[in-house]
Every structure is written in C-alpha cells, then in structure tokens.
Design a protein around this ligand. Sequence first.
Ligand SMILES: C[S@@+](CC[C@H](N)C(=O)[O-])C[C@H]1O[C@@H](n2cnc3c(N)ncnc32)[C@H](O)[C@@H]1O
Length: 253
Amino acid sequence: MSHNELWYEDFFDQWYLKYWIQPITAERTHKEVDAIIRFLGLTPECKVLDLCCGQGRHSLELSRRGFQVVGLDLSETLLEASRRQAQEENLSVEFIQADMRRISYENEFDGIFNFYTAFGYFKNDDDNQAVLNAVGKALKPGGRFLLDYPCLEGRMVDWKQQEFFEYDDGTIMLHEMIHDVFDQKIVNHVLYITKDNQRHRTGFTLRHYYGRELQQCLQKAGMKTIGAYGNLDGDKLTNRDIRVLVVAEKTSS
Ligand SMILES: C[S@@+](CC[C@H](N)C(=O)[O-])C[C@H]1O[C@@H](n2cnc3c(N)ncnc32)[C@H](O)[C@@H]1O
C-alpha cells in the first residue's frame, strides 16, 4: 500500500492529535522551548514564527513567557485546538492557516523555528526549497532559523522497520518505516486499531536531506548555517544522534 503524495493534507487529524501530540508532556515542551529560545537567541521583545505549529504547544508556551508569536499551520483540526487553548488562557498568539511554502511575510521575524519533523514533506524538491525560501524572506536580516529534523545516520544504528505502541485507551498503533535509500525518502505506513476494532490506515513520506544538502538549500534561501547540534543541550552533532537541530542566520536583506 502506498499513500498519496498529498498525505500532509489528511494525516494531521484527530488521530494524530490524540496519539502523537497529546502524549507529549508539558515538561518536554518546556525543555524544547528553553532550547528554542537559546538557539534562536531570543530576547523578550522578539517576534517569532512557529512554522508548522501544530496544536500550538511551543507557540502557547512562548506566549506564556511573553514573546510575540505567530503560529502557522495547514491543519484546521490542530489550529482549532491551538486557538481554543489560547482563548482559555487569554493568550494573544496569532494562529494562521497557510501552506508553509507560501507564507507571505517579509523581513518580519527575529526568529523562525520548524520543530518535530515538519520539513521534507513535498515530493518535489522545488517545493521543499520553497519552504526555506519563504523562511529566508520572512526573517529580518540577522534573524535566525531553527530546524529540528531526524538524523538518519543516528537512526541507522538501531533502525526499526516496524514498531508498535499501545495506548492507555487500548488502541494499538502499528508503524512501518521503509527507507528508500536511492530516492532518499522514508515511507511510513501507520495503522491504528482501537479497542473496539475500528481501523484507520494512514501514513506519511519524508524526503530526507543530508547535512551538506541542507546547508546548500539554506544558502540558496539567503541563510548561512551557523551550527548543527545533536540534542537540546546544544552538544555537537555526532553519527549516534537521532535528531539534528540546525541553526541558520539570514545573511541578505
Ligand atoms: C510533525 S507536526 C509538528 C507540529 C509542531 N511543530 C509540534 O512540534 O508539535 C507537523 C505539522 O506540520 C503541519 N503541516 C503539514 N503540511 C503543512 C503545510 N503544507 N503547510 C503548513 N503546515 C503543514 C501539520 O498540520 C502539523 O501540524
């Protein structure tokens, strides 16, 4: 079974919200936000864009800490959850629905971040490049971009083609990850089976970018890579790390 190349229009639904996002603890998000602030060098008056903000866990926490935040995402389901939470806490985060390839800002943000694997979604490389071009345009000169992305070399150390998770409500999720080496993509098949035997099949495909490729793409988008780190603490990236945090700075106006 293969899924449609527009998978990203369907995958981020109520199932995703319930089984991928809601299990993330507030403590983990707080640590990620500490790191986002540090990597982007944010000070309280800074304006920040959470690119592909999802249910807004980082945007909301940054707003609680006094930053001016815009959260952008395509999924109406996730944006609705973000807006509801912001309203409940009386936070003034601006949540907007848009495609990450077509963000309309110019010289607007001191920092932009894209967290928890929201890059490489498009089959066509020009579309993935368009995301970085839009980031380059939306940053103020000297502004920084943080990309949190899987590190394939580290994952290869203990590659699991299949995994399964059992949730507290009795739902089981089966997840198959196929690495298409030559095409540099990871094809993910996901099947949820609920306690009452309801089945939901879905999936996603990530175009994988190696470090040097990514640096070239960032450069094309008017940014210079200033570091690549293997964890939230900012330790230098190694071939054992399963994520890479890339920090780039806008060089041109
Ligand atoms: C893996 S989630 C990350 C969510 C969030 N950054 C977090 O850390 O919880 C990826 C997000 O990208 C969004 N997305 C997918 N395709 C998109 C697109 N073309 N334009 C904008 N957002 C998109 C999804 O709706 C989803 O919220």
